[in-house]
Design a protein around this ligand. Sequence first.
Ligand SMILES: Nc1ncnc2c1ncn2[C@@H]1O[C@H](COP(=O)(O)OP(=O)(O)OP(=O)(O)O)[C@@H](O)[C@H]1O
Ligand SMILES: [Mg+2]
Length: 346
Amino acid sequence: MITLQNINKIFQTKDGVVNAVNGVDLNIEKGEIFGIIGYSGAGKSTLIRMLNMLERPTEGSVNINGNQLTKLNGRKLREARQNIGMIFQHFNLLWSRTVRENISFPLEISGFEKEEREQRVSELIQLVGLEGRGDSYPAQLSGGQKQRVGIARALANKPDILLCDEATSALDPKTTDSILSLLVDINQKLGLTIVLITHEMHVIRKICHRVAVMEDGRIVEQGPVLEVFKTPKQRITKEFVKQVTEPEETDETIQHLVNGSDTNTVVKLTFVGGSTERPLITELIRSFNVSVNILQGKISQTRDGAYGTLFIQFEGDPGELERAIQFITEQDVEVEVINNANKSIS
Ligand SMILES: Nc1ncnc2c1ncn2[C@@H]1O[C@H](COP(=O)(O)OP(=O)(O)OP(=O)(O)O)[C@@H](O)[C@H]1O
Ligand SMILES: [Mg+2]
């Protein structure tokens, strides 16, 4: 549905040449939620803005639904753009217009009659959960509500694609979740293809099917989210994955746990999709004569299963501990014994 081939973007600035995007190839499927993650300055915004020609590539082609956007101009380009909605970190609403008038704006530009516009605006207000707020001005709304207006406006012309440039970065975690749920909802209801960029791995793990990691204008790694979580290859990918799967200061805390625990066995469990931690722990306590103490952990739920680490402390006789550990390994969970009280450790 979206194919980028060898995309380059070079900016000429007073300080010299900036190669913001450098040789990017990308394929995004219809109906997919595709995430692009990277640190500030990686070229994410520049890349996403080339999907609707807000920015023209210096080199390469952007193909959407078989249409070479890079070759279009004028009316043809405007028509193609109507099929691509976009939302922004700071909403970009018209402050002197009400919610209804903001959502109606793209419909006016497309030349819809008043009656049709009003009908469509009412549908959109309902879709994004802004019933009763249609006559408010943006300044009277919370951040989450403003982004709902942004989403409704972006969907006004019934696009196939929605581009999101850090759409939740100005929102608190709870509001972020509600906006992410809305995006999943419209992805499923409308079959909308969503391309989002973010610097937060939480956003990726919560709603994306696939992710691409961007660094210095290049895509350095990509794949299904759980796959990338399980086997991150690049250093930068490992850093992002750590944000959601490992407790902070792991090395230090493990050392502390090991030192303080000479009578117990400490194990690190790594969940790699499928299994979740709670049923496993319950099962351990129920089926084996061991006591289990959860020390710390960070388990993240992706769309395709759980991923993360959990440190637990075991107490029980050696044979029973061994059987319990054997049982865990049979559950698709990696086990690493960090401190075994029953064998002397050096
Ligand atoms: N219009 C422009 N003129 C000159 N340089 C630009 C322009 N837009 C972006 N750049 C440069 O291109 C590089 C990539 O910028 P871009 O905004 O795409 O990064 P980003 O990944 O979106 O960062 P952030 O997370 O901070 O939004 C940066 O070095 C930036 O300074
Ligand atoms: Mg940006």
